[in-house]
Design a protein around this ligand. Sequence first.
Ligand code: TXA
Ligand code: FE2
Length: 532
Amino acid sequence: MRVIGIEGTAWCASAAVYETEDPSVRTDDETVTIESEAYAPESGGIHPREAAEHMREAVPEVVGRALDHADGPIDAVAFSRGPGLGPCLRIVGTAARALAQRLDVPLVGVNHMVAHLEIGRHRSGFEEPVCLNASGANAHVLAYHNGRYRVLGETMDTGVGNALDKFTRHVGWSHPGGPKVEEHAKDGEYVDLPYVVKGMDFSFSGIMSAAKQAYDAGTPVEDVCFALQENVFAMLTEVAERALALTDRDELVLGGGVGQNARLREMLREMCEARGADFYAPEPRFLRDNAGMIAVLGAKMYDAGDTLAIEESAVDSNYRPDEVAVTWREETNSLARSEVEAGATIRGAEAAVSIGPERVTKRRVPKEYRHPDLDERLRRDRTVLEARLTSEARRYGVPTPVVFDVDVRERTLELQHVGDADLRDDLTESRVRDVARHLATIHEEGFVHGDPTTRNVRVGPDRTFLIDFGLGYYTDDAEDYAMDLHILTQSLRGTAADPDLLLAAMEAEYREHGDPAVLDQLREIEGRGRYQ
Ligand SMILES: C[C@@H](O)[C@H](NC(=O)OP(=O)(O)OC[C@H]1O[C@@H](n2cnc3c(N)ncnc32)[C@H](O)[C@@H]1O)C(=O)O
Ligand SMILES: [Fe+2]
């Protein structure tokens, strides 16, 4: 089989020919030949119109060069259908349709984000990996389940590469900024910057403004670059680890242009090593935007009969990875074994927990992948906050474990063992109401839980306990309160067979006991990105 792929979602005009006996597995004699032309803006970031102009000129050239490498007839034309810049996508779409018609072969529409992660799965031969996409306009953690890639966690604001690029633009460096951050970080020392993980999601806007401010205030740019890498990549690594723990999987693949960064790969490798998981990152030519990944996934789709009629081949600049009906993979049913198999043991992502009949001892273990200063700070702060917020919530009438002992130096808490089961395993409408009421209470007092999933609620015969306040913090921002409700909502959706009644109960109870403006903010969050 011989498939040509065409890529041009933003900066890279690229065409590639993939030749293989069998596109379902990586074989020794398969070849992927890539021809690319990069667009580099004279100043500032990527200008959509200039980028489109680049595509208009460069796509025919790279397609011509790629076809020269083909040893025989082409079986299908695959193209990046989205997401990306509309004007660029339209040019790529037009070129792909024209080529498919000229060669009289089928057309395959590939999702660029899914291509970023499938190339890693293909090259590694992993069966069921968790996938971290660290690219310019995106950042998410995904895992396949039941016909789709599910987004387990993602950025609440910009993509990771774009965040770095914005900082370097502020400093006056040319686009793309990511490689320059990596270069300058080599001479840097650690300085404190924000670190924001909310449930399984993360946000870059706070850390980026703090980085700009630090630079403006005279902190050496090398130090800012170093700390930016340490914090931003530790956030991605932490969420990737949480996703591995949640889904009980032991393979991780990396995709996207930021994956070229050696420090990010090092952190992910160390995290995986520490938990006995396998890690794979493809070589750089498959990480940054390239048509090789489009050709490889295109061939898998073509093999599965997943082709597009010309009249239905419109591009989609907001094409989300979880919209793609996955036709080229075998059915499995193992996204979250923890969701499916009640009572499975979970390898915690953060703490070593020993559970006795009366007491639970929880120790936050060091994470080798994190910079020691950041690691110290996170483990200390989370231990202190968990103890403080657990006790404070109790004072306001929310059932939580009694904190018997806090050893900040050892990052260890000794807590009362509460409840008979996790809410996940014994989910009722009245308990969901309890949780909503408890959240309204703590929000009223000015703090959030930070991770109120159905696994962080324990249920007993007559009480519903909130546990695990380690990601909690004080805040008076309605957005933060709404994030608590959002995390609960996502978790109920992932746990319950028929979540609608439970969600309605949650809202009704929160409306009665909390601030209705928070529910408006929840709607606003749900209107963004994947929650639509
Ligand atoms: C939608 C699509 O157009 C977009 N693709 C994209 O943004 O190009 P990609 O090649 O995946 O990633 C480019 C980003 O990757 C960053 N980057 C490149 N080398 C880097 C390095 N060594 N360290 C950190 N970032 C790096 C660049 O600064 C830039 O932000 C996407 O996948 O989100
Ligand atoms: Fe990309």
